[in-house]
Design a protein around this ligand. Structure first.
Ligand SMILES: [Zn+2]
Length: 287
């Protein structure tokens, strides 16, 4: 599943479509079928309303909050925010021709095609269809954004994180669950949680209340470090993550413990399901 660095990289690679106008929106049969059975596959709005609202608007800005992308769309009458989550395997492609998508699976599982006024297409593909798109007049109308902590790059982020970690709600939680909560720090998924906990020598199972301020602060620093390292390596490609140009990241080659059998010092790793995801840790290096 793409985490903050992968989504940030997608956002950066989508820059070429800013200031282009969406001339048409085409939705896949998967989406139409999903809506017929009330599953509201990917597009959560009413489909006809979604197409009418989005078509004819200019892409004025593309932003990111946590693991969500948002497109500010506007015309002379109104603006709207198209919020997009990549789910497990969502990917965007900017192509001149549909056939330019190189990989069969991404081509087969196209979900939304935005035709652009320069003749190109912005295509959203999603093999497993856990992604989501919805429109909001204001970003505050979307509850996860209203509750989300400041981004790690925001100067308020560390103070907010420390305050939340000492809040009652988190004191008895395993630290891994706390850092994967967007209200504490946004964008940390399973991979970067496991890696940053290893680097700060903290057991993922340890309750937040049993970790000193100093160690929690260090954990925050390690989270920002793994985010930055991943951004510089083009993100992690575990299974279905692809960049807008169809490329794969290199961060997976730098993992210390995620999907490894031993830690970098050669100790055998333990695995355990925490916060619904498989967690890798070293009981010698982490305490
Ligand atoms: Zn170790």
């Amino acid at each position: 599943m793409p985490e903050l660095p992968e989504v940030e990289l997608v956002k950066r690679e989508l820059t070429p479509v800013i200031n282009l106008k969406i001339t048409d929106v085409e939705l896949s049969q998967y989406i139409y079928n999903g809506h017929k059975t009330n599953k509201r596959t990917i597009v959560k709005d009413n489909l006809e309303a979604f197409k009418t609202l989005v078509a004819g608007k200019m892409i004025m800005h593309i932003g990111r909050r946590g693991k969500y992308l948002y497109f500010l769309l506007g015309d002379e009458y109104e603006t709207t925010h198209l919020v997009s989550h990549l789910g497990m395997s969502g990917a965007y492609f900017i192509v001149s021709d549909f056939e330019d998508i190189k990989e069969h699976n991404f081509k087969k599982h196209w979900q939304v095609i935005f035709s652009l006024d320069n003749g190109q297409k912005l295509i959203y593909s999603d093999i497993r269809r856990f992604g989501e798109m919805h429109t909001h007049e204001s970003l505050h109308d979307f509850p996860p954004f209203a509750r989300m902590a400041p981004e790690y790059t925001d100067e308020l982020s560390l103070d907010h994180y420390m305050t939340m970690m000492r809040a009652k709600k988190y004191e008895n939680k395993p630290v891994k669950a706390a850092i994967m909560d967007g209200e504490v720090i946004p964008g940390v998924g399973n991979i970067y949680a496991v890696e940053s906990l290893y680097l700060s020598h903290i057991l993922p199972t340890r309750k937040v209340k049993n970790i000193s301020d100093k160690r929690l602060h260090e954990l925050f620093d390690r989270i920002t470090e793994v985010f930055e390292l991943s951004l510089s390596r083009g993100g992690s490609t575990i299974s279905d993550y692809r960049s807008v140009t169809g490329g794969k990241g290199e961060m997976q080659n730098s993992f210390n413990v995620y999907q490894r059998k031993t830690c970098p010092l050669g100790h055998p790793l333990k695995t355990k399901v925490i916060n619904t995801r498989n967690t890798f840790y070293c009981t010698t290096c982490q305490r």
